[in-house]
Design a protein around this ligand. Structure first.
Ligand code: GLC
Length: 415
């Protein structure tokens, strides 16, 4: 048995590495998360009135794309329609529950796609499959699925090439429900042959493989586990999505933000197993990203700029593990001979050295240095162990995770 070779679109997706998720819809006006209608049992007529106050007056797609760039993201996944059933795009007459029929009066998905293109970001579309608004979802499921496909066809034909479709909601009906996935995915392959197809398996079934057309597993709000691809019929990527606090859609009173240090560690934990990190922002009711969320995203960009983009995007898991600190790991350059050691928990700034050992390297490590300041370091190799002699942070610095780069000559790594 062997590990299958990834299709080019799947390989390209893995190199995107870090993306920005955006949860935005009518619910954002209430500021209590995207499940507010469900949890507060808001009657449909009351909830639907949110369409009449949806102005998108502060939705600036260009500013969002710039923020994603500053954060070091290479793609964005926007909720084009969430469980509430409201579309941020023009549904072309499928119904009037869309942004063009709100006071916003604009196709917000078009603005988003154009902004992504201007800034070299790959646009992805989140699309719900669970629908609280469409009467046929409960009444006539086959007819609802037709509506879903017609909606997806619009997304696949109106906005030029997209990175992929990210579905969510199949977990809402009992196992074994026929979602007519064959038809849905055939439609995408026909109109967007290079698009990734993702269908979230939810918080319970993290990392589960779904339909054979699915190109990436999802790890919602979790730690991504290494994928065992031995003997798989097809190489499937992995992506972990996570909230900055405890909500996807904005929670005005959700103060439980993760620290910047933890977000940096989570990005590293994803790359450690070759997974992408999709980190969510939830703009407010008018479409603006609140300052706290902006700053956390920008903070990650500061870290990526400091350690360098190559380790984050080009590094691939290579079976090298830290023996002193279990969080430590190494990534090898795809198609090259650089090796990057991701070092956690270095002591505070000061003099003195720290040593960290790794297993799994058979070649020799040369030219070792910190990527952030270029300082030379040394490596000692014996008995299958590679021990790095590292310096502490220079005064004025504490990067949470620091990266040492070396050149690997002869031999290689375990994977
Ligand atoms: C869950 C939630 C949904 C959210 C998604 C993001 O499936 O139902 O609100 O969009 O996770 O991963």
């Amino acid at each position: 048995m062997s590990v299958p070779v990834p299709a080019p679109r799947i390989r390209a997706f893995e190199s995107l590495g870090f993306g920005m998720f955006i949860h935005w819809g009518l619910y954002s006006q209430l500021g209590r998360g995207e499940w507010v209608r469900h949890f507060e049992r808001i009657p449909l007529e009351t909830y639907d009135r949110l369409q009449t106050t949806f102005t998108a007056s502060r939705f600036d797609a260009d500013a969002i794309a710039r923020l994603a760039k500053e954060a070091g993201c290479r793609y964005i996944t926007l909720t084009t329609r969430h469980h509430e059933g409201f579309s941020l795009y023009d549904t072309k007459g499928l119904n009037t529950f869309d942004a063009p029929h709100s006071p916003a009066g604009r196709d917000l998905v078009r603005e988003y796609v154009e902004a992504c293109r201007r800034h070299g970001l790959v646009p992805f579309f989140y699309h719900t499959t669970l629908d609280w608004h469409h009467p046929d979802y409960d009444r006539d499921f086959r007819s609802y699925l037709k509506y879903l496909r017609e909606s997806v066809k619009i997304l696949c034909t109106e906005y030029g090439p997209i990175g992929g479709l990210w579905f969510d909601g199949n977990w809402s009906k009992p196992e074994g429900t026929d979602w007519e996935e064959d038809e849905l995915y055939a439609l995408i392959r026909r109109y967007q042959p290079e698009a990734m197809i993702i269908n979230n398996t939810g918080t319970i079934a993290r990392g589960k493989l779904g339909h054979p057309e699915i190109d990436s597993t999802t790890f919602e709000q979790g730690r991504p586990e290494p994928m065992d691809r031995e003997g798989m019929p097809k190489y499937v990527a992995a992506e972990m999505c996570e909230t900055l606090n405890d909500h996807w859609g904005i929670g005005n009173l959700d103060c439980n933000y993760k620290s910047l240090g933890r977000l940096i560690e989570n990005l590293c934990a994803c790359r450690k197993v070759g997974a992408n990190y999709l980190l969510n922002v939830g703009p407010d009711g008018e479409g603006a990203v609140v300052p706290m969320q902006q700053e956390l995203m920008r903070g990650i960009g500061v870290w990526i700029d400091a350690v360098g983009r190559d380790p984050v995007y080009l590094g691939r898991p290579c079976g090298v593990h830290g023996l002193d600190d279990p969080k430590d790991f190494a990534l090898k350059e795809e198609g090259g001979n650089r090796i990057w050691f991701f070092i956690h928990d270095l002591p505070a700034p000061g003099d003195g050295t720290v040593s960290r050992s790794f297993d799994g390297i058979s070649g020799t490590v040369h030219d070792l240095h910190w990527t952030d300041n270029g300082e030379c370091l040394s490596a000692f190799q014996s008995g299958g162990r590679t021990t790095l002699t590292l310096t502490r942070y220079p005064y004025g610095t504490s990067l949470v995770v620091r990266v040492a780069e070396g050149i690997l000559i002869g031999g290689g790594t375990r994977a």
